[in-house]
Write a new protein. Structure first.
Length: 285
C-alpha cells in the first residue's frame, strides 16, 4: 500500500464535479481504484466524495499535484479537500485507564496489520496496563492525576503528544479532558461511549440502562468535543438484552460492543473514510 493516495472532498453540489476530479487525475497519470460519493440534495445540497488512486505513474510531484488540483479543480467548485498518502502513516496515541478491553483490541488489530498507523505510545493515569501494553512493543507512560488535578496531567500529556500527533484515541480513558486540551485536535480525538448515544450520557450508563429496564444496549464511537458525549458520531452498534440481565451482564455484553465499535471507528478514520459535516459524519465504508 505504498503507492496510493486518498482524496476527500466536501463542496456545494453542482454538475461536473465528478467529471472534473476524475478528468484531472486521469490527465496526470493517476489510476482511480475506488470512488464513493454522496449528495444531501441534488439541488442546493452538499456533495461529498472519497477517492483512492494509484500514484506511481503521475507526471508531477506530490506538492505540484496538490497545488495544481487546488487551483484547477478545488477553487472552481469551492472545495474543502484533504489528500493523504498510504506511505505516510498517521501517528496515533492511545489513552486508557484501568479497563483494558478496548485498548487490547486496538493493539491486537494493529499487530495484525489492520490499523494503518504508528502507535507512538499509550498514556494511562494508572500503572495497571503497563505490562500488557509493553508486550506489544508499544511505549507506555503513566500520567497520574495528582493533587493538582487534570490541569497538571493535561500539561504533561500535551508534552508527550507534541505537535505531530494525528489521532488521539480514548480507549476507556475515564477522565474528562478540557476544551483547551482538545482544541488543537479538532476531529482527531475519538472516544468510545458505553451507551447508544444520545441516551444515557455521562457516568455509569449501564446502571442507568438497568434502572430503565432497556431491551437494547449499545456503544457509540464519536469525535470528542468540549460538550460531553456530544461530538459527531462515527459508528454505533447494539445488542438485545432481557429482564434477566444484571448490571454485570449488561457490562459484559457492552464490553464486546465497545471494543469492536471503537476499532471500526479508528480504522475508518485511519483509512480517511470519515468526513465531518457539522455535528454529523459521512462514513464511506
Amino acid at each position: 500500500m505504498s503507492h496510493f493516495a486518498r482524496l476527500r472532498i466536501t463542496c456545494p453540489d453542482k454538475p461536473g464535479i465528478v467529471a472534473s476530479v476524475t478528468g484531472f487525475l486521469h490527465a496526470h497519470g493517476a489510476n482511480i481504484i475506488d470512488l464513493d460519493q454522496h449528495s444531501t440534495d441534488p439541488e442546493g445540497g452538499t456533495f461529498f466524495m472519497r477517492l483512492e488512486f494509484y500514484t506511481p505513474y503521475m507526471d508531477m510531484s506530490r506538492a505540484a499535484f496538490e497545488t495544481a488540483f487546488g487551483e484547477v479543480v478545488g477553487a472552481r467548485f469551492s472545495m474543502d479537500w484533504r489528500l493523504g498518502y498510504t506511505d505516510v502513516p498517521k501517528r496515533a496515541v492511545f489513552l486508557a485507564s484501568r479497563h483494558d478491553h478496548c485498548l487490547m483490541e486496538l493493539l491486537w488489530r494493529h499487530a495484525r496489520g489492520e490499523l494503518p498507523c504508528e502507535i507512538a505510545r499509550v498514556i494511562s493515569n494508572h500503572e495497571d496496563l503497563r505490562g500488557s501494553v509493553e508486550s506489544f512493543g508499544v511505549p507506555f507512560t503513566c500520567v497520574p492525576v495528582g493533587d493538582a488535578g487534570m490541569a497538571e496531567a493535561e500539561a504533561r500529556m500535551a508534552e508527550l503528544l507534541g505537535e505531530d500527533t494525528d489521532l488521539l484515541v480514548l480507549a476507556r480513558y475515564m477522565r474528562i479532558l478540557s476544551a483547551e486540551f482538545l482544541r488543537p485536535y479538532e476531529h482527531r480525538v475519538i472516544n468510545i461511549h458505553h451507551s447508544f448515544l444520545p441516551a444515557f450520557v455521562g457516568a455509569d450508563p449501564y446502571r442507568q440502562a438497568h434502572d430503565k429496564g432497556v431491551k437494547l444496549i449499545g456503544a457509540t464511537a464519536h469525535y470528542v468535543t468540549a460538550e460531553l458525549d456530544a461530538g459527531p458520531i462515527i459508528e454505533q452498534d447494539t445488542a438485545r438484552v432481557t429482564h434477566r440481565f444484571s448490571v454485570a451482564d449488561l457490562k459484559a455484553t457492552g464490553s464486546d460492543l465497545e471494543r469492536t465499535v471503537l476499532a471500526r471507528a479508528v480504522q475508518w478514520h485511519l483509512e480517511d473514510r470519515v468526513i465531518v459535516f457539522g455535528n454529523k459524519t459521512v462514513v464511506f465504508r
